[in-house]
Design a binder for this molecule. Structure first.
Ligand SMILES: [Zn+2]
Length: 333
């Protein structure tokens, strides 16, 4: 697998701009195959503009989609199950077994003076096609001015979660926000030597640029720390070294935000031990996923998953084989 992502000596381009880097990287064959394939033209639902408003205790919540993220052939992304099993599981769930698409659900919480965003989407980077990059427009359409965002809570420093910290001109999308990010991911993705990492290397120069753009507003999180009042960070390593999920508590309500604990609402629930090509440590991620899946199902916790079908809110139910995701009915306000 690593050969597919190999970064050859001397091929890393100078990071002059987002556009130049991505074009150069794509041309040099540095991007994972799945990301260079065109986004599917049909079959993927458009993200709802504006979003439903609902309550999590005292927080007013809404979910804004950044847009569909094309993944290409699922058999090239998942490891640990046969190609036949992967395709059959998708067909069983009435999904395209050749061209997988993920949503990107950005949770917004508002209470008093605070407007909290969880992750930032792709920032419209062309390598992801023309469907993602809709977050800022979606926020405005929902009446949330980007300048009013006080806090951006980051689950991990992968492109589809942090590249939206800046726009195409590399200006801050959320100029008044503090940025809360795992200290482990900050150290890992901030390390130039990881520009040659077999998995994240091709993306790392641009990710470092994103992190540098917010360096004077960073709050680095440790496991168990409160990011903002009511939002506790929990280390969930494996997908990235510092990947975090969050427990949101307000009043008598709890909503877990599971970020990329599971990417796909069928594949990762039916096969909790399936591995993903983008995991930095796939074995650790499987252990993390199984540990938190057990907690989510046993404690009947409602959660929002970044890449599940919009708005990505539901529960996990254990069954004989693995788990099943049950989308929640949301009480709007
Ligand atoms: Zn992701």
């Amino acid at each position: 697998m690593s050969g597919q992502y190999e970064v050859q000596e001397g091929m890393l381009p100078q990071i002059l701009s987002r556009r130049n880097f991505l074009k150069a990287a794509a041309a040099a064959g540095l991007m994972p195959v799945a990301l260079t394939q065109p986004a599917p033209a049909a079959g993927a639902a458009e993200t709802t503009a504006g979003g439903k408003r609902f309550l999590v205790g005292d927080f007013e919540a809404l979910v804004i989609g950044d847009g569909d993220l094309g993944q290409g052939d699922p058999a090239a992304i998942f490891n640990g199950r046969s190609e036949d099993e992967i395709r059959a599981a998708l067909r069983d769930a009435f999904l395209d077994d050749r061209n997988m698409t993920l949503d990107q659900n950005v949770l917004v919480l508002r209470h008093g003076e605070r407007t909290i965003l969880f992750d930032t989407g792709t920032g419209g980077a062309p390598i992801f096609g023309d469907k993602p990059g809709k977050l800022v427009g979606g926020l405005r359409a929902a009446g949330v001015e980007p300048a009013a965002v006080t806090d951006v809570v980051i689950s991990h420093a992968h492109p589809d979660h942090v590249w939206g910290l800046t726009d195409e001109r590399e200006a801050l999308n959320f100029p008044n926000a503090a940025v809360h990010l795992s200290a482990v991911d900050h150290a890992f993705f901030g390390d130039e030597t990881n520009d040659r990492h077999p998995i994240v290397g091709p993306f790392n120069p641009l990710t470092r640029a994103e992190l540098a753009a917010v360096k004077d507003r960073l709050n680095l999180l440790k496991d168990g720390q409160e990011a903002v009042p009511g939002v506790t960070a929990l280390a969930a390593p494996g997908h990235s070294p510092g990947h975090m999920i969050f427990a949101i508590h307000s009043g008598s309500e709890t909503l877990m935000l599971t970020a990329d604990l599971a990417h796909h609402h069928v594949m990762h629930t039916r096969f909790p031990d399936i591995k993903l090509a983008y995991d930095t440590d796939p074995d650790e991620m499987v252990r993390t996923r199984i540990r938190f899946f057990d907690m989510l199902a046993t404690d009947r916790l409602k959660f929002i998953a970044y890449h599940f079908p919009y708005p990505g809110i539901g529960h996990l139910r254990k069954n004989a084989e693995g788990y099943e995701w049950i989308p929640a009915s949301i009480d709007t306000v």
